[in-house]
Design a protein around this ligand. Structure first.
Ligand SMILES: *[C@@H]1O[C@H](CO)[C@@H](O)[C@H](O)[C@H]1NC(C)=O
Ligand SMILES: *[C@@H]1O[C@H](CO)[C@@H](O)[C@H](O)[C@H]1NC(C)=O
Ligand SMILES: *[C@@H]1O[C@H](CO)[C@@H](O)[C@H](O)[C@H]1NC(C)=O
Length: 410
């Protein structure tokens, strides 16, 4: 009798724990989240300079990252949280979300450059950074000290937020303002999306690139507004399969590829699409630049630029294979880039240029561009000193439809 009772007990215990386990799994399956609120770790959102927030954020991240019961969320509520330089490292046990409702405030001082970024995520998969909040780099304190336009050994400052070795992840619905240098840095990421993000810094703030990408693949940048003092998007070597659409760029220097070709072992850039976007008041629009004195023989290929409006853009379409800023080439024109540019299509690009040089495609003498296709281009210069001009040097490819300015021989 007793033993039968015992068996019954054990059985019901089993079924009870079985139920518990299966219900936990069900919760995980339905995305039940365990929330790790930074306030519970002692973080304070009072906007005051404070060294404890960094520790609190780190501890909240560590707990969320090792949580294996389902999805986890590090939660930053409304309020202004001062935060020193910080790295959030994985790998984590499960999908992890970093929700910023309030504002994260960077230190003002220059010593925020112990690493490339102020806020850095590394070695994480399935990460979502969201919340509608703001990351404020407080760059106005360091911009006056930036001499990078004349000093090649200038000190580099922290970018606002970086993702390195991060896969299957996304950043959405956030604002990044006034970075010390660039805003968002992607390095060695894979399957990464940026959507609904707004990036702003004054048009005259130095080196405040919007999104900088290198050695990364399979990315979407969608519905993003970028107004900065440097490139809206800078695409560096080793980037492939990047789709940019519904981006509003300006002020800034445009969407730039490169420069590439300066250093040995640079990887090619391929499969870039920029569609359905607007450039307003930018210095350049769509630019590809390769280093004039290039040592590496690499390539830039398989690009599509389509359905893009330019409003008051300095140089809307540029391929520059003589790129050599700040007098680093003894005399320009003496060098031929070794970067091969091929299969670059421009389709339906229209609007206004603020200089006569609306279309400039200047390719390398030793590696002429191949497969450049121009179709339906209409770029108008608004000044009184003449019409818009097109320059095409060492370009192979084809022209279809109406092209204004039309004096380009391909
Ligand atoms: C990330 O998500 C993918 C697909 O859902 C899954 O296969 C992988 O195990 C996940 N990795 C982590 C660390 O959650
Ligand atoms: C990125 O966006 C694309 C297109 O909407 C989608 O197919 C892909 O699953 C997304 N990836 C991530 C990691 O969100
Ligand atoms: C685009 O992003 C903004 C936030 O910047 C958001 O309010 C809007 O709903 C997004 N639109 C689409 C189509 O995703």
């Amino acid at each position: 009798m007793a033993s039968r009772f015992l068996i019954l007990c054990v059985l019901s215990l089993f079924s009870f724990s079985f139920l518990a386990v299966s219900s936990a799994q069900t919760n995980a399956f339905h995305g039940e989240q365990k929330v790790f609120d930074v306030r519970n770790y002692g973080a304070r959102g009072d906007g005051k300079k404070n060294i404890h927030n960094t520790l609190a954020f780190t501890e909240a991240w560590i707990d969320a990252c090792k949580w294996s019961g389902g999805r986890s969320t590090v939660y930053i509520p409304a309020g202004t949280f001062f935060l020193d330089q910080i790295t959030f490292s994985g790998p984590c046990k499960s999908h992890i979300t970093f929700t910023i409702k309030g504002t994260l405030l960077a230190p003002q001082s220059l010593n925020a450059d112990r690493q490339a970024e102020w806020i850095s995520f590394r070695y994480v998969d399935n990460l979502t950074v969201d919340g509608g909040g703001t990351i404020d780099g407080q760059g106005s304190y360091s911009w006056p000290l930036n001499d990078c336009n004349k000093n090649p050994h200038c000190r580099t400052l922290a970018m606002n937020m970086g993702f390195a070795f991060v896969r299957s992840s996304r950043m959405k619905g956030l604002r990044s303002i006034n970075s010390k240098m660039g805003h968002i840095n992607l390095y060695s990421v894979e399957n990464f999306n940026i959507t609904g993000v707004t990036i702003t810094a004054p048009g005259d703030s130095p080196n405040t690139d919007g999104i900088k990408i290198g050695r990364s693949k399979d990315m979407h940048i969608f519905n993003v507004s970028i107004a900065t003092g440097d490139d809206c998007v800078a695409i560096l070597d080793g980037t492939s399969n990047l789709d940019i659409s519904h981006v509003r760029c300006g002020p800034g220097h445009g969407i730039s590829v490169g420069s590439i070709g300066r250093y040995k072992d640079e990887k090619s850039i391929e499969g870039i699409t920029v569609r359905n976007s607007l450039f307003k008041g930018t210095m350049n629009g769509l630019r590809i630049k390769t280093w004039a004195k290039s040592v590496s023989e690499t390539s830039v290929s398989n690009f599509l630029y389509e359905n893009i409006q330019m409003i008051d853009v300095g140089n809307p379409i540029v391929i520059d294979q003589q790129y050599c800023p700040n007098y680093q080439c003894d005399s320009s024109g003496n060098y031929n880039s070794h970067v091969q540019i091929k299969d670059v299509k421009y389709n339906k690009i229209w609007g206004t240029s603020t200089t006569r040089a609306a279309l400039m495609i200047q390719c390398s003498k030793t590696f002429p561009c191949q497969g450049v296709e121009l179709s339906d281009i209409n770029l108008v210069y608004k000044g009184r000193d003449g019409l818009a001009t097109a320059t095409c040097e060492n370009v192979g490819g084809s022209v279809r439809g109406k092209i204004v300015p039309g004096d380009c021989r391909i």
